[in-house]
Design a protein around this ligand. Structure first.
Ligand SMILES: [Ca+2]
Length: 388
């Protein structure tokens, strides 16, 4: 029953009355969220007057007083789990002096401008999600100060999903973190990351790694990331790769310091209908990397994206789109219907001895700086492209 419970809280009443889902069925098929998730974002505050909800203020949290609210939030989260109730955070600014863990509950603010959670310890400020059916919605999370990325510890991410199933991060604003904005790790699965705004991170904006699978990342805006905007990364230290990830309808750019959208080891990844522009390295990057000892890539579809003016950084001079096998193999990669324009230094590159089958079909390339295409390795199939 746990899988149903976040439907029961707010906007899904009509679904339930209408009997739209069968008892025992999962809330949504993997990677295919029902429309309700996309349409009910922002409802939070108006639906809070429910017997099925607790408020952090009932546990001693006080908005706008500049004093720490961590113990109240922790107690409220514990009670919400025990009582199977949604946890609401009203409008206002609350302070968190430590990592806040929410386990198998729904925590919802009054809107991503209205409810602001401020973490005061730059080394330990992550909001951690764990358990089943956990969701975080309708609020903003910021760090008061940051520290260097250094060891990349998860404790200084903005949000860390730790092996959760059926999770959701929706309509959340992330601003400033020492490491990643939203980190999905440790076999997290059947999750949706939607309608979020991620900016000014120390590491990747949204990062999916360590065996996580069946994740949808949609309609997010990622700007000024300290590393990649949205990244799927599989290291050889894991027994299986990250797999079944859909990245669609996102906007990525704003002078992010590395790649826009990347797959660095992974299987069955779809990158669809995104807009990537003004990133320092390649806008879309499909790779295996020896320096990070990543796994192979197998099965990536890159469909109907726009990539404009990326690869700005020198001396790397990445193309707008780059497929690069630094070790192992990259196979079954298809680019179709993409519009690739105005590369800072070159258009499309495919290189590295482990590249196998790469197909480009019906893509449009408009490139005036440097080489249009550089195909050094692999079996490259070209069908009905323009401007190659
Ligand atoms: Ca307070």
């Amino acid at each position: 029953m746990k899988k149903h419970q976040w439907l029961l809280g707010t906007a899904a009443l009509s679904l339930i009355v209408g009997g739209s889902f069968a008892s025992g069925a999962p809330a949504y098929a993997a990677g295919q969220p029902p429309a309700v998730y996309r349409t009910d974002a922002g409802i939070g505050a108006s639906s809070t007057a429910s017997a099925a909800a607790l408020s952090v203020t009932d546990f001693g949290a006080v908005a706008n007083d500049g004093r720490d609210d961590h113990s109240a939030f922790a107690a409220a989260a514990k009670a919400a789990k025990q009582q199977n109730k949604t946890l609401h955070v009203p409008a206002g600014t609350f302070h968190l002096s430590k990592i806040l863990t929410i386990d198998s509950i729904r925590m919802e603010g009054a809107g991503k401008a209205a409810t602001v959670l401020v973490s005061t310890d730059p080394e330990k400020g992550s909001i951690d999600l764990k358990g089943s059916g956990v969701s975080l919605r309708n609020l903003k999370h910021v760090y008061e100060t940051t520290v260097p990325r250094g060891n990349g510890a998860h404790e200084k991410n903005s949000i860390t999903v730790r092996g959760a199933g059926n999770f959701m991060i929706d309509n959340v604003s992330v601003n400033k973190s020492s490491t990643a904005g939203i980190m999905v790790a440790y076999g997290s699965n059947n999750g949706i990351i939607s309608n979020n705004t991620v900016a000014n991170t120390g590491a990747d904006g949204i990062h999916i790694t360590t065996e996580s699978h069946h994740i949808t990342v949609e309609n997010n805006t990622v700007t000024a990331a300290g590393d990649d905007g949205i990244a799927v990364v599989s290291y050889k230290t894991s027994p299986v790769p990250v797999r079944a990830v859909t990245i669609r309808d996102n906007e990525v750019g704003g002078l992010s310091k590395a790649r826009g959208i990347s797959v660095v080891g992974g299987e069955n990844v779809t990158i669809e209908n995104n807009s990537v522009k003004n990133t320092m390295m390649a806008g879309i990057y499909i790779a295996t990397e020896g320096s990070y000892n990543t796994m192979n890539v197998d099965g990536v579809k890159v469909v109907n994206n726009t990539v404009n003016h990326t690869g700005i950084k020198e001396p790397e001079k990445h193309p707008n789109v780059l497929v690069y096998a630094g070790q192992g193999t990259i196979d079954n990669v298809e680019f179709s219907g993409n519009t690739i324009t105005n590369g800072a230094h070159r258009g499309i590159g495919v290189w590295g001895g482990g590249v196998r089958n790469v197909k480009f079909e019906r893509n449009t390339l408009v490139n005036t700086n440097g080489a249009k295409t550089t195909f050094k390795n692999g079996n490259i199939e070209l069908v009905d492209n323009v401007g190659f």
